[in-house]
Design a protein around this ligand. Sequence first.
Ligand code: 6PG
Length: 255
Amino acid sequence: MTKSVSIKKVSIEPCHDLWIHPTRTEFIESATSFILEYSQECIAKQGSFHIALSGGSTPKAIYELMCQEPLKKIFDWKNMWLYWGDERSVLPSDENSNYHMSMSAGLNKVGIPQNQVFRMVAESNIEENAQDYETILQTHLPSGKFDLIMLGMGDDGHTASLFPHSSALTITDKWVTPNWVEKFKTWRMTLTYPFINTASKIMFLVSGPNKKEPLAAVLEGKRNPTLYPSQLIGEKSHQVVWFSDEPACRLLKGI
Ligand code: 6PG
């Protein structure tokens, strides 16, 4: 799996490491290797690996690769604990559910113990279920933080379900919250940005030409997190690794 790929690594102040891969294929392989190696490191240290998964088409390709041979045999699935960073208000059997997407990409077939998989229940009583999800996280996460949070970024600069101008952007005293998304006229459940920023590692996944404008705005534009919520992610003490490919980075000036 660890092939020698020419990855260009750039640091962007105050807290971003940008890894630029020549193609989407190399980007997927490199992100997957990163998850594998970091899971092995955490399991060697604490006996478990706690990851928040993301929705979106890019993470799906990563889950598929993780769940196929040869990696299927290499991941220590018995010690993996799965959670999600956000969820739509749909049943877990719905095609649009992030849980459904992740599990049907193969994660339901690799032998992760059922009691180590925690989906967000966002289809009903979302306020109460968000509080319950926070309790689940408080109960199971070692030292109250994720080992790794995977994040995608929408073309509008949203991440997880932290959408531009939405009320969740102002929530700083919770780990999990419902969020009304006006654009889609629907509720979502999402981790809050201050909680995301406590994770030991945060990885963003951005690939393809549709991401070139938001990526340039988030990393090099004027600070405006109400418009580009992804700018809320990362702090000086919490570096974020951006996995990207050349088409997504085309508008960046400083690379
Ligand atoms: C969701 C996601 C969301 C997603 C981005 C990027 O449920 O919609 O969690 O934040 O990651 O929209 O999605 P793509 O990888 O498909 O561009």
